[in-house]
Design a protein around this ligand. Structure first.
Ligand code: FDA
Length: 304
């Protein structure tokens, strides 16, 4: 049953028509729990609340199905607006971006150009920009583009996903350019030809790559809500005397707030991923796919 629901939500996340339909309406169906708002102003309000509570943030302007050059440029413009809003509010926030929303499916050069606009503005305000990792089909392109950008900018990082077989090798390669990486388990539906189908194998690989990147002395953002993983990372950094300014924990807005607060109170850097924007539906469906139990939460909202 859980697998069917997972597939159903993954299907909805990718369905352009439903996404476009949902974008016409405000935040609904319980999405407010996971999405900070429709506008940058609403998102900044949430970032400020997190900051007052000892947590940092990374803002993500949600955008799916970018197919034209004009749409890619519009997405980049929204990122520039977000950078200006962060600088103006003077809050500790990074920016997270998705390359497909910046035109990766149209051309590498168009996407590279948009990233340069974003990184120029980000450098001006000393704001770090993280490139999210999307599905396997875009993985190599994202890595290549990141390497090009990393030669020009310091304040840019990438995400690698533990469920992919290739990640261990990618981690080694990117270690050579001291890449600042966010490490995650992986959120997309992938085939067993490219990704570990069993959760136990993903978890094992996840811990392995986290340890490898930390031991190599590179900055590591451990982005997970998995208590076991977090506990083992805490033990590992203590044992190996890895300084707290070499890593941080990251979690998603609205998920495991208790753990976010606890880690922050223990003196760890905790960064919350704060998504906002009218294209909220695909992001929300991916969160439901990760944990179909969230559906009960949705049903309760529908019935209210
Ligand atoms: P796991 O799925 O094993 O969950 C562990 C526990 O966390 C669950 O038992 C539950 O308590 C809680 N939990 C997890 N997901 C939940 C949810 N949706 N709702 C409620 N509780 C939940 N992926 C990707 O492919 N590319 C990317 O760029 C990113 N970026 C990213 C940034 C940040 C800050 C985070 C935290 C995550 C991502 N991800 C991502 C998503 C990531 O790949 C993964 O799908 C989710 O984090 C869920 O995996 P966990 O590590 O939390 O463990």
């Amino acid at each position: 049953m859980e697998a069917i629901m997972r597939n159903f939500f993954q299907f909805l996340a990718r369905n352009k028509r439903v996404n476009k339909w949902a974008a016409k309406y405000g935040l609904h169906l319980g999405a407010q729990k996971f999405v900070a708002g429709l506008s940058i102003e609403q998102a900044i309000t949430q970032v400020r609340l997190l900051y007052e509570d000892g947590r940092a943030a990374t803002l993500d302007h949600l955008g799916e199905f970018v197919r034209s050059e004009a749409e890619a440029r519009q997405s980049a413009y929204m990122c520039l607006k977000a950078l200006e809003a962060i600088a103006e509010a003077n809050v500790p926030s990074h920016l997270s971006v998705k390359l497909t929303s910046l035109g990766l499916d149209i051309s590498d050069d168009l996407c590279f150009e948009q990233m340069c606009h974003i990184l120029n503005k980000a450098s001006e305000h000393r704001i770090f920009v993280r490139i999210d990792m999307e599905d396997y089909a875009h993985c190599q392109q994202a890595i290549d583009l990141f390497k090009r950008l990393r030669k020009m900018y310091d304040g840019v990082g990438l995400v690698l996903q533990a469920y992919l077989y290739r990640t261990e090798q990618d981690l080694r390669d990117l270690g050579q350019i001291s890449a600042n990486l966010r490490l995650v388990k992986g959120a997309y539906k992938e085939s067993p030809e490219v990704a570990f189908p069993k959760k136990a194998d993903v978890d094992k690989n996840y811990l392995k790559i986290i340890k490898q990147h930390l031991l190599n002395g590179h900055y590591t953002a451990v982005a997970s809500h998995d208590e076991q993983i977090i506990h083992q990372v805490k033990e590992f950094v203590r044992e190996k005397e890895i300084k707290r300014d070499q890593f941080e924990f990251q979690m998603l807005f609205g998920i495991r707030e208790d753990m976010q607060k606890k880690l922050a109170s223990e003196g760890y850097t905790v960064r919350v991923y704060v998504p906002y924007g009218k294209d909220w539906f695909g992001y929300y469906m991916r969160r439901l796919a990760e944990r179909p139990a969230n559906v009960w939460f949705v049903m309760k909202n529908w019935m209210k």
